[in-house]
Design a protein around this ligand. Sequence first.
Ligand code: HEC
Ligand SMILES: [Cu+2]
Length: 337
Amino acid sequence: MLSSIFAWRWLAQAMPLEPGHHSVLHPAAPQAGHIEWLYWLIFWILFSVFVLMIAAFGRAGAKARVRGDRAFPIIEDEEGDRRASWAVGTALGVTVVTLFVVLVLSVVTGKRVEGLTSKNPVTIQITARQWWWEVTYPNSQADQTITTANEIHIPTGTPVVVLTNSKDVIHSFWAPNITGKRDLLPGYSSAFWFEVDKPGIYHGQCAEFCGLQHAHMGFSIIAESNDNFQAWQQQQLKPAADPQTAEAIRGRQVFLQNACLMCHTIRGTDAGSHLGPDLTHIASRNMIAAETLPNTSGTLAGWIVDPQRIKPGARMSPNPLAPDDLQALVTYLRGLQ
Ligand code: HEC
Ligand SMILES: [Cu+2]
């Protein structure tokens, strides 16, 4: 029915979208689909108003030209006045009705995005911090709980319920291809849900100014088949891999003898703090520091030595390690698949 007027959405679809880019116009979830629908509806209403306005201006201009530069004759024209009042009244009425229709459809879209129709959802707790996202998959058994950061794995075609919270200031969780923005308020949990149809990596970004590194507070939603998701979960449930080489063993010592363990967790070692991201499976992540750097040996070393140069203000202190120690530490972390 209405969808025929959205035939022009091919305009957006035809525009090439690099994998993982933000776009409200390339929905990968029904929630984002509802929002896209509202976008195009309002777009076409505004487009029609624009065309009508230009046509009216054109008509008035053409009339004025016929009159030429003769002095404007002041004549009583009751018939003309009545026509003008009628036209203005009608335009006003149409405007009010249009705005009312848009209002109703916005409310309807909001309801459709919110509507919870999920059976057996995957539940994820997302806690925002300056300036990264802690992601846990809660389970009644503590040792079955997964904790990771910034990369949110989900199975496609399965409802995902997200419980939100913040540890410091207000943040906003926004993955445009998936659903609308969600504020994360300190000390206040809320919930929303979405379901992704197409496998892929969908980027998201904090959308509420939250301090110096707000712009470097990205995340990604990695939607994969149920089998891949289960395999990922099984891997994440394991404690940290034991270091296999002499260098990696030394790297673990470096980790445990420096300040790292005061802020990070590596399950299976003495490090159990949650001030920073859980590093038990750090090597399984694509990016580090909330999507700021790709996860490679070089970037890890650079980040560990001086995070303040990469993300000034970040809640991680610099670690001026000896080159050998740094090398060993990076080798150890790269082994934490
Ligand atoms: C004062 C607390 C603190 C200390 C000490 C600390 N870190 Fe961090 N670390 C953090 C925080 C907070 C972040 C997240 C920063 C961000 O993304 O804004 C982080 C991020 C990281 C990351 C990136 C993780 C990811 O998934 O994005 C790595 C790797 C890391 N730290 C390793 C280390 C190592 C190794 C040490 C010790 C040499 C160390 N950290 C010491 C707080 C700390
Ligand atoms: Cu922010």
